[in-house]
Every structure is written in structure tokens, then in C-alpha cells.
Design a protein around this ligand. Sequence first.
Ligand SMILES: *[C@@H]1O[C@H](CO)[C@@H](O)[C@H](O)[C@H]1NC(C)=O
Ligand SMILES: *[C@@H]1O[C@H](CO)[C@@H](O)[C@H](O)[C@H]1NC(C)=O
Ligand SMILES: *[C@@H]1O[C@H](CO)[C@@H](O)[C@H](O)[C@H]1NC(C)=O
Ligand SMILES: *[C@@H]1O[C@H](CO)[C@@H](O)[C@H](O)[C@H]1NC(C)=O
Ligand SMILES: *[C@@H]1O[C@H](CO)[C@@H](O)[C@H](O)[C@H]1NC(C)=O
Length: 533
Amino acid sequence: MLTLLLILAMSSQGQSLVDSGLDFITAFPENVAYFYPFFPKNSLNITALYDNTEVNIYFKGILEHTVILQQGQTEVYLPPSDVEEHKLDVSQKTIQVVSNNYVVVLSISKQEDSVQTNVVYPYTNLGTFYSIPQLNYSEMLSKFPQATGSIKARYSFFRLLIINAQNFTNYIEIVRISQQIEQFQLQPYTLLQLALDGSEVSVESLYNMAVIVSHPCLEATSCKCNMMLNQLRPDAHWGQSFILPLLNIPTWLHITVNTILTGNTLDAGTLEPIQSGTQSISTIYPASLRLISPGLILEVIPETMFAACYLVHFSVAYGNVLVIAETLSRSEVYIDRSFLSSNSWTAIANTKYSIVSVLLHGRHVIWHPTSKIAVYMFRNMTGGIQYGGPAVVLGEKPDPDGCSLHPPEITVAPTPMSWPESHQYCTSTSDELISPSTVIARSALTEFLRNAANTEHWIGLRRSLLTLDWYWQKGNESEDLMDTQWGAGEPSDPVQGMCASVFSDLTWKSVRCCTELKAICYKKPDYFPVLEL
Ligand SMILES: *[C@@H]1O[C@H](CO)[C@@H](O)[C@H](O)[C@H]1NC(C)=O
Ligand SMILES: *[C@@H]1O[C@H](CO)[C@@H](O)[C@H](O)[C@H]1NC(C)=O
Ligand SMILES: *[C@@H]1O[C@H](CO)[C@@H](O)[C@H](O)[C@H]1NC(C)=O
Ligand SMILES: *[C@@H]1O[C@H](CO)[C@@H](O)[C@H](O)[C@H]1NC(C)=O
Ligand SMILES: *[C@@H]1O[C@H](CO)[C@@H](O)[C@H](O)[C@H]1NC(C)=O
């Protein structure tokens, strides 16, 4: 077992993160799959989450392309042909994607039949401390008899690509097992590529950086190879519990930790064959896990990073989507607007999860209305080599109404006001005065009132001046009242109150509309459009 003397950096551990953002930086490492020169086709698929999103794309710091996208629309950006970084050196070959509203970015590195897709993390999900998976190329090859080992010296190691994501000079330190430290300075938005020999332990910087491990031609079977690319998660986004997405191919497990693992039979930094039945792994300290097989290195999604809604993309051919969901609610996983109905769900021993693989092509939204799931996407090259990785996370929290891009937001008016003023205030600063008439709004209100003992606030409920019937006023729209939650003796007669308030025990009371109370304003979640299957 390796003894790693390192600092823990786990500030935001334990919360899932969406892959959407306003600011992205990445690079295209060399792809020499197939050992002979096809022209590479590298691209970025940029998908907008909102209408009228302006996206600017920079290469080497220079604006190359601008486009306005509507919600759900994908722009395929083809960078200049010299985008691939072959040299082990400092370079300016980075691509930045900057937008005025949220987008997600998938990078695609294609060389004939060899394709590698990778979710580009937004700036907000980058970090300043990354433990490096100690991948030793010769050790890896020795585990797979089908790999011939006939690689050229130039391809006999993995590569580490460090990109300065800030508009400041960044100071970078690489620590090795021997505790030897190398220091580098990186200009704004430039990158540094290094050979990895398995002795690197961590990379630390002053400002956020993106860190990518790659291999131009990872040996697979029958003299074929596949380009491999894995954008590392900063240690702060690691987990302690993992459900392995087992594939139908021999796979080994590689584990990276930033402190000593105790009481675990897995040695950090070495490859262990996966025993049949091992599908759930927990570690005492945060770790990152990779599944390795000829042509494939897949980073496992930690359980704490499971999310409610994912986007999967496949180019022309069919691909496999692997879904891990709680067994009790696995029948509620949606593919777009339909349930994922499958007879192949398998419960994973000693866990609350089940797993299934489905064949899909095109683009789909996979989501769950009540619990968090994990979704991976895979494709086969001709010859059976699989590639793929985690799908794009669009939404973190489950929402019964769809793929919610952000959870509902509640704000409270700063001062007490009459009901009409409160309605006006909420409509202009948010969406509406809250109407707990939907599951999602009701749970947001319950959550809010849990921390608001003995209070009374306005809600969007009032009587019609004509019929005296109660109705919901949601922004400019009104809606009939279906279920009610009046307190004892409520509602009183119209003279006593034409508007309604809510108490911290969730009951309603009729109140005169000119009474001054604080309003609870509600901003509805936004949903990603889901299509018919
Ligand atoms: C990598 O693995 C090879 C073969 O297993 C071994 O000889 C070599 O020492 C390893 N390199 C490092 C840096 O551990
Ligand atoms: C980076 O900083 C330079 C110098 O301060 C400035 O001219 C440039 O516009 C900045 N670039 C971006 C993308 O903010
Ligand atoms: C990228 O987007 C284009 C246009 O939507 C689509 O045809 C293609 O299949 C996508 N590529 C991948 C790998 O998802
Ligand atoms: C890819 O190959 C695996 C194993 O051979 C198989 O289970 C899977 O269905 C194949 N996927 C596609 C999309 O053909
Ligand atoms: C609501 O109505 C007001 C006044 O008629 C109008 O100015 C505003 O744009 C409307 N808001 C929405 C969201 O329709």
C-alpha cells in the first residue's frame, strides 16, 4: 500500500454538481488511434439550457466563433485542424466556451472508428487540488493478455494536461511519491502537458485549473487502440461509496486516494481485477475509482454525486445507456416522456440499487421524478471495444414535473405589505406569490416554514370579488382551488377576509387584504425540454 502524506481538500464533498455553466476551458490531447493517420475529427457539442443564449468560443485566447442558441439546441463546434496538442510542453492550444446563460459541453475526439466523448466540467466545478491516478502504462498492459504491447516508446505512458482556467498567471506544483516537488508557472488560459510515469501524486495550484489524463492510443485487442481522455474531478468532489457500472468485458479497478486507506483490501494506486459480484465499494476516506479495460478508462460516479437528470448523446449508431437507480423506484426512471420499461433490471447485492442497460440512439433526457440516479453512456467500436463515460448532468434535484435545471427558489419580502402589494412585489422580483398547489411548490414551502417558527405570511390565495370563491393567483394567471388546508374555524366570512395567509404549521387563515404581512415569493424551477421517444 502506498503511503501518501497529503492534505485533505474536501470542502464541497457530498453534494451533487450539475455539469452546466457559463465558462468552460478544455483542450484536445493527441489522438492516434489505429496507429495510422486518419484525419482526426475533434468537436465540441454545446447545448443551451435556455433560450437566446449567446456562446463565444475562443481558441488560443482569440475569439473564433459566436452563436445564439435556443433552449435544447446543440451547436457542433469544429476547432481548427491544429487543435490537438502533441507536444509535452507549454502551449496556448486551449479552447474556452463562454456564454451569457447556462450551457453544457461535451468534447468529442474522433479518429475513424475510435471515438472518445468527455463531459467538459464548467469553471465552477474545477479546483486547485487534484490527486493524480497513479497509472503506470506497462503495469496496465501486463494485466491484459490480449494487448500486444507492441507500442512505440512515444506512446508508452499516460499524459497529464494541466490547463490554467484563470485570467491570471497560475503557479503549479506537482508532487511525486519521493516528495520531490516540481514547480511551473502558467500564463492565463495556457496549458502544460507532461508524461505520467506513475510516480506523480498530486497537482496543486493557486487558481482553478482543469486537469486531464489522456492516452493517444490505449492498446486494445487485435492491434487496435483507442484514444482515452479522463477529465479529473478535484479531490473536493470525490466520494466514499461507489456502485460500479459493470460492463460485459474483463475490467480492472484502479483506486486513487489522498490519504492512507485503512481496513480495506484494495491497495491504492494498483489495478485489481474485479471479482464477480463486487459491485459496491465503500472507502473509509474519499477516493476516486476508475474501471480499466483495453481501450477504456472510466471514472466511476460517486454515490454522493448521483443526480436527477442527465442528457445522453449518441452520434449515428446505437449506444448503450447504463442506468443505476434505487430498486424501490426503478420503474419510475424516465427516458424523455416514457418510462424506461425493461425486464433486465438487476438488483445489486447488498445495496438499495438496481442496474440496467438499454440501447438508444440520438439524444435523450434520462431523469427520475423522486430520487437520484447514475447514468453512463457507452458505444462499441467495430471490433467490440467499448468507450464512454458518465452522461451529462443537467439537474441535481428530483422533481416530479420533469428535468428541473434548478430547484425552486423561495424568497421572503423584506417588509410587511398588503396582499395586492405583495402580489405585485413577488411578480416583479420573482415569478409569483407562492401557491402551494403543486407537489414541488408545497415541498419548497414546507421546507421553508420548518425554519420559520410562529410566523404568518401571505400566500397567493384570494377570493373572487364576483363569486367570493377562493382561487390561486399565480403571477398573471389564476387557477381553481382543489385541495384546501384551512386552520380550525377558517375561512371566516368574506367581511373578515378576502385574502389568505399561511402559518408555520402549514394551515391557512382568511385575512383582510389590507393587512400588512411579509410575502413568500416563489420562483418556479426551469425544465429542460423532453421529447417524445
Ligand atoms: C511501472 O510498471 C513497470 C512494470 O510493472 C515497473 O517495472 C515500473 O517500475 C513501474 N514504474 C513506476 C514508476 O512505478
Ligand atoms: C484578461 O486580462 C487581460 C489583462 O488584464 C484583459 O485585457 C483581457 O480582456 C482579459 N481576458 C478575459 C477573457 O477576461
Ligand atoms: C453532437 O451534436 C450533433 C448535433 O445535434 C449530433 O448529430 C451528434 O450526434 C452529437 N455527437 C455526439 C457524440 O453526441
Ligand atoms: C457492445 O458490446 C457489448 C459487449 O459485447 C454488448 O453487450 C452491447 O450490447 C454492445 N452495444 C451496442 C450498442 O451494440
Ligand atoms: C403580467 O401582466 C402585466 C400587465 O398586464 C404585463 O406587463 C406582464 O408582462 C405580464 N407578465 C407575464 C409573465 O405575462
